[in-house]
Design a binder for this molecule. Structure first.
Ligand SMILES: [Zn+2]
Length: 284
């Protein structure tokens, strides 16, 4: 049984502000590099703990897929030697690269965060600043839902999530209560939280991953219905103009576009195409 760890950063213990999770090449001149360095070390420590826990729980191998801004924040030398590490961006399966490897049987989300517009949720967003909501057949979701559906496409269940309490509640509401949630902070606002001691967070993640692996066979994969209606709410009408130019996409509201997804990979490709079109400065 192999395990994929999809490692995001906003849900890391100690993190409450963008400056802590913005790599130096993207950061404003006013940002203190030490804040980012502290956060990336804790992110790495939490991922390393999840690797150790998964191995102790019976995993035959662990692949860590870096899944935050630029996707090269983890410090590879500080991960257990047994883990493989995927870094870099424009990966075909994005935050879930590696889920298609032979023998993959469980997925763990570390450092995850709430979906866009969630009140009192630390750095809540869905992929980009301009996505307001994503819905599958009317069911609202965020990055965790898109990624759970990609895992489900390969018959792999999400067995564990680490992050703040609100994020964990959203993942459980979407994926099922059996998912093990390791809460490293109580979310108090978009930029406020009450944190565990970072070392305690690491210990709990290790034991949580061990427990999650033992439950893995009892947790069903999350399956996107073939033909599911996928809706995307955007922040500005021009973004909806651009998204609606993609093949098969309908404009269904001032700020809303929609399409029917053949499967989860089609869904992911359509969303990424629309995001990329919106992020293009001089679209024609
Ligand atoms: Zn992130």
């Amino acid at each position: 049984m192999k395990v994929l760890i999809s490692a995001d950063m906003e849900g890391t213990c100690g993190v409450v502000d963008w400056v802590q999770v913005t790599p130096p090449w993207d950061a404003p001149a006013s940002a203190a590099p030490s804040e980012y360095e502290t956060a990336r070390r804790q992110m790495t420590a939490e991922v390393a703990a999840a690797v150790r826990g998964a191995l102790a729980g019976g995993a035959s191998g662990v692949t860590v897929n870096e899944a935050h801004d630029g996707m090269k924040n983890l410090i590879g030398a500080l991960l257990p030697r047994e883990a493989r590490l995927i870094t870099g961006h424009h990966k075909p399966l994005s935050m879930m690269q590696g889920i298609d490897e032979p023998g993959m049987a469980a997925a763990i989300f570390t450092g995850y965060h709430g979906k866009a517009t969630t009140p009192q949720s630390v750095l809540a967003h869905s992929f980009t600043g301009f996505v307001q909501d994503i819905r599958f057949d009317g069911l609202s979701t965020g990055e965790y839902g898109v990624n759970a559906a990609i895992a489900g496409h390969f018959d792999v269940p999400v067995v564990m999530v680490t992050g703040g309490d609100i994020c964990i509640a959203q993942v459980k509401a979407f994926c099922g209560d059996a998912v093990v949630g390791v809460e490293v902070k109580k979310e108090l606002g978009t930029k406020a939280a009450s944190h565990l001691h970072p070392e305690l967070a690491v210990e709990l993640i290790e034991s949580g991953a061990r427990e999650a692996l033992q439950l893995a066979r009892e947790i069903p994969p999350w399956k996107l219905r073939p033909g599911a209606r996928v809706e995307l709410d955007l922040a500005h009408q021009e973004q909806a103009d651009l998204a609606a130019l993609a093949l098969g996409v309908e404009r269904t509201g001032n700020l809303t576009v929609a399409f029917d997804a053949d499967d989860a990979l089609h869904m992911m490709h359509m969303l990424r195409s629309m995001f990329n079109a919106i992020m293009t400065k001089f679209a024609v």
